[in-house]
Ligand binder design. Structure first.
Ligand code: ZN
Ligand code: ZN
Length: 345
């Protein structure tokens, strides 16, 4: 099968012929119909991601059709499924308590196991997968990727966002834009922050109530002014010190900072304004991924038409275009997500 393989950090992926993966006994092999390209792939491509090594096939945001099912698989040949990026074991204390996204036995196609920048991907623990609703195309489903699922769990689970609350979103890339769209659907008042005016305009067109261009400075003060005292919930969706600090500092007392962006750099340590946390009685919330049992609520919301995720998809590309998409993350990016739908070249 054709696959895009990381051979050297920061260099073009190598389009190679590799063996079709073997079917896990507790899972399936999917023919990949679509796979999103994500900033997390970029972290792997640059060598910053601690677990991504040369030889890796990236791609963790996939929708595909079952072509082979193991003896203990939950799904059968022909099912069209979408997967969370974290595949939880389903049988440990974390999984039993509903927090499969923190499962210590988790499997990670695209980061550790071979991913879906390929014609086929093997998926163990297939109970994590969900059936593609009829209302969704594989392209949109793949575009939901880790970004919409992560944003959904961050807002509904971790931050417990309430209708009428102000939600600030720092960084309007895939996950930030998802948080803005979902926050609006949940009845929150959304304020978006970015350095790319085009992305702010895009988010305003999708229901954000206010936008702050961080290039103009004093981001936190301007959010406090617009919101009459600060946001109730602030989502950091980039992972760099500037946005983390702006997120903490833009909150009203007792506000909730939600760390959604993957912190960059090999150590991922940064200097933050801990006095603002202390004085403001701020809650610092980390979040990563979404337990698979939350798929029905998310997909149901989308299927109902209450929220439209199609504006998230910017373009469909071929496997050989992934390198250029990854390279684009080196700088500020235009709005929207690229999805691989052509695996023939
Ligand atoms: Zn588990
Ligand atoms: Zn992702």
């Amino acid at each position: 099968m054709r696959a895009a393989v990381l051979r050297e950090y920061n260099a073009d992926l190598s389009i190679e012929d590799v063996a079709i993966p073997e079917c896990p006994e507790n899972g399936v092999v999917l023919k990949v119909l679509a796979c999103g390209v994500c900033r997390s792939d970029w972290h792997g491509w640059t060598g910053e991601h601690p677990r991504v090594k040369p030889g890796q096939i990236g791609g963790h945001e996939y929708c595909g059709e079952v072509v082979e099912a193991g003896p203990r698989a939950t799904w059968k040949v022909g099912d069209v499924l979408v997967a969370p990026f974290i595949l939880a074991c389903g049988s440990c204390p974390a999984c039993h308590s509903g927090h499969g996204n923190t499962c210590p036995n988790q499997r990670l196609p695209g980061f550790v196991e071979p991913g879906a920048f390929a014609e086929y991907v093997a998926v163990p623990y297939d109970h994590n997968l969900a059936r593609l609703p009829e209302a969704l195309t594989p392209t949109v489903a793949a575009g939901l990727g880790c970004r919409v699922t992560t944003a959904w769990h961050a807002l509904t689970g971790r931050a417990a966002l309430q209708p009428g609350e102000w939600l600030a979103v720092h960084g309007t890339g895939g996950v930030g834009l998802s948080a803005a769209i979902l926050g609006r659907a949940m009845g929150a008042r959304v304020i978006v922050v970015d350095v790319v005016q085009e992305k702010l305009d895009h988010a305003m067109g999708l229901g954000a109530e206010a936008a702050v261009n961080a290039r103009e400075g004093a981001t936190a003060a301007r959010i406090k002014e617009i919101t009459g005292g600060g946001a109730h919930v602030s989502v950091e969706a980039l992972g760099i010190p500037e946005t983390v600090n702006a997120s903490i500092e833009c909150l009203r007392p007792l506000g909730r900072h939600v760390q959604v962006g993957m912190p960059v750099g090999h150590t991922a340590r940064m200097e933050i304004n801990m006095n603002a946390v202390y004085m403001g009685n701020i809650a610092m919330i980390g979040t990563r991924g979404m337990p698979a049992w939350k798929y029905p609520s998310l997909l149901g919301l989308i299927e109902s038409g209450m929220v439209d995720m199609t504006p998230l998809i910017a373009r469909e590309v071929a496997l050989s275009d992934v390198s250029a998409e990854l390279r684009a993350f080196n700088g500020p990016t235009p709005p929207g997500v690229a999805v691989v739908t052509d695996f023939t070249r």
